[in-house]
Every structure is written in C-alpha cells, then in structure tokens.
Design a protein around this ligand. Structure first.
Ligand SMILES: [Zn+2]
Length: 375
C-alpha cells in the first residue's frame, strides 16, 4: 500500500483544475485534475475526474499549469464511457443508484452484484452512523468491473497484482478506486449442472449455498474496502494500519444472502476467522497485539498472513463490542491522517495507546479473555 515515501510539505485542495504533463517509463502524458497533496521534494498526488489517483515523482513532471475551471468529477454518463474505454471489447454497463458496474458476463450477474453492493452500502452507512461515525456518500459513482472469465480477469489485473492475480477472486485498488473481480458463478467449486444462471433469483440461489459463502465473502470484503475509502472513514494514500483496514472489511464479510430485505449478518461472529485466531494462539507471542498495531509486517510472511487477518478481525470485533467509544475515537483519528505520510511504528503505537490506554499487557489479557468467552 505504501507507494512513495514523501515528506509532506503542505496539503492543498485545489479549486481550479491542475494540468500536469509528465514523462513516465519513456511515455509522455498530460493529466488534468486536482492536486490533493504536494510533497516537500516536489512530488504530488493528483486526482483525475474519474477518481483515479496519480502519485507523481518530481523528476517525472515536465510541465505544470492551472486554469480557472473548477475541478469536477465526470458525470455518470462520462464515467461509464471512461470506464468502458479502459476495458477490452464486449463490456457493457449496469448502473445502480451508487455504482457503475462494467461487465462482460451475464446481465443477471451484474444486476445481482448491483443489488448486493447497494444493500451493503446502505447497511454500512446505517451501521456506522448509528454508532456515531459521520460518513458521507461520494460525489461520484463507485466503479466495479466484472469479468466473465478468470483468464481475462487475470490478464487485466496482472499489472496491479502480479502473479497473485491468479489466486485472488477480486480486489479493490486504492489507485483507481475500482473493485475488479470475475463472475463467481463460473467458479468450479460451486458450478452446478447449469453452467450459467440466467436470472437474479437463479444466481441468488446458487450463491446462497454454503460452499459459495467464502466466495461471496471475498467480494463483500473488497466492496467494504471501497466503501470505507469513499465515505470518509479512511483516506486513500494516507497511513491506514492494515489491521484496521482488514478488520473493518472482515467485520462485514458475513453476509446473509437468504434475506433479500436486509443485511442482518453485520458483525456476526466470523467462524472461519475465529477458528483461525484460536489455532494461532499456540504460537502467539505476548507482544502480538503491539506488533499487529505498530506496522504491517505480520501480514507479509505468507505463513502468518492468515493469523494476522484473523487477529485483525478478532481485535476489531472485541473493540466494537467491548470498547466502542475508544474504537470510535481511533477511527476518527485514523480518518484524519494526511495523505502521503507513512507513520513510523512508534507513532502508530502512540496513536493506539492514546485511544485504548497505555497498558497494552492488560488490554491484551482482556482481549484474549473476551475472545475465549465467545461460544
Ligand atoms: Zn482486505
């Protein structure tokens, strides 16, 4: 997630449009957008009208100017057109109140996803608003791309994900702000006698089966990341402790697809994550919480990644249920983090202690007791 180590000089939100010409990898390009942040070394973070961020190094900039036009996001129609222009041939758009979904799979699948994301959006907003977190709906539609085939998805995603694209069902990109994924009804483990489902009800029936749950959980997870970064809860290209980002996304991972009406699953016990957390306890060290909070290293070693995710959910679950006020304060503190500044471990710990108290040993004991008490 950390892209460039800039030192912040000053932060600006430009009213006018900034025009930047740059040279990158031997290619020149001209961008119009708004400079969100300037770094002391002359680099900058530019947002373009489709919501994509460009982190531009000073040596890449060949020309910079501004004009008086106010910065504006693309209209919904322009947004659709722009998104389709970066996709292979054969894509169409399905739009809902808050999403633009570009797909080359069945219309029914796009509509099923649109319904799921809208319900998630509503539930996410309601859930946090009721808990005193002030959020807003973004001024632009949230982009989603759905590939019909895993192969085409993998080809498209390889620049961003590298080799990992093959094993990841979908992902949220902080750079483009898009969720990209492929049609789950084609996944072998759940594919039934009828290979493609033609109606939303068919798809719902297929994906409500228990073996589909982890697949659906993944797309809910990615869509939750997108919501958190587009509602004021988290800031793109700011320092977001990974345990918090992942804990929040996993917290919403437990969908209840048997209900068309609601999203009753929010905050339910995530059995998979709870089991993984309990299994990790045998090798858990006393400083595990501090290490999880201080940096993102616990996620980096593939052997420990699952345990780090499980503990992130566990810690979020514990705080939301047992220390809601402190958790709210911590969320608000993280939401205000400036862009392009990556905190040192000491700073991360200081922020954490400021909200949850200095005694991490006692806090860890309380956390472990609480997690052990969950039936
Ligand atoms: Zn995640």
């Amino acid at each position: 997630m950390a892209l460039v180590s800039y030192v912040l000089f000053h932060a600006t939100v430009a009213v006018a449009v900034d025009c930047i010409a740059l040279d990158r990898d031997g290619k020149t390009c001209s961008l119009s957008g708004r400079v969100l942040t300037r770094a002391q070394n002359g680099g900058l973070l530019l947002e373009v009208p489709d919501g994509t961020f460009w982190a531009i190094q000073p040596q890449e900039i060949t020309r910079e100017s501004a004009d008086d036009r106010p910065f504006q996001y693309l209209s919904r129609e322009q947004f659709v057109e722009q998104l389709l222009s970066v996709l292979p041939d054969g894509f169409q758009a399905h739009t809902t109140a808050r999403y633009v979904i570009c797909y080359d799979t069945s219309k029914a699948y796009a509509a099923w996803c649109g319904g799921l994301f809208e319900r998630l959006n509503q539930a996410f907003m309601n859930y946090w608003t009721r808990r005193g977190i002030r959020l807003y709906q973004p001024e632009y539609p949230l982009p989603v791309i759905i590939f019909s085939s895993k192969t085409a998805y993998r080809e498209f995603a390889k620049d961003e994900l590298g080799e990992a694209a093959g094993s990841i069902l979908g992902y949220y990109s902080l750079r483009t702000n898009r969720v990209t994924m492929y049609d789950l009804t084609g996944v072998e483990s759940i594919r039934s006698q009828r290979s493609r489902r033609s109606t939303v009800a068919d798809i719902n029936q297929l994906l409500a089966r228990p073996e589909a749950e982890p697949l659906v959980a993944t797309i809910v997870h990615e869509a939750t990341h997108q919501l958190a970064y587009n509602s004021g809860m988290q800031t793109r290209y700011a320092d977001n402790p990974m345990w918090l980002s992942e804990g929040l996304a996993i917290y919403f991972e437990t969908p209840d697809l048997s209900s068309y009406r609601g999203w009753r699953g929010i905050g339910q016990i995530n059995r998979n994550r709870l089991n993984a957390f309990r299994e990790s306890l045998t090798s858990r060290t006393p400083d595990a919480m501090a290490r999880l909070v201080a940096d993102n290293n616990r996620f980096k070693n593939p052997e420990n990644t699952l345990a780090a995710y499980a503990e992130s959910w566990s810690l979020s679950y514990f705080f939301i249920n047992k220390r809601p006020k402190e958790f709210q304060a911590y969320l608000q503190l993280v939401a205000k983090k400036p862009r392009l500044i990556w905190d040192e471990p000491a700073r991360r710990l200081e922020d954490f202690k400021q909200c949850f108290g200095d005694d991490l040993v006692a806090l860890d004991q309380e956390f472990l007791r609480y997690m052990a008490s969950i039936k």
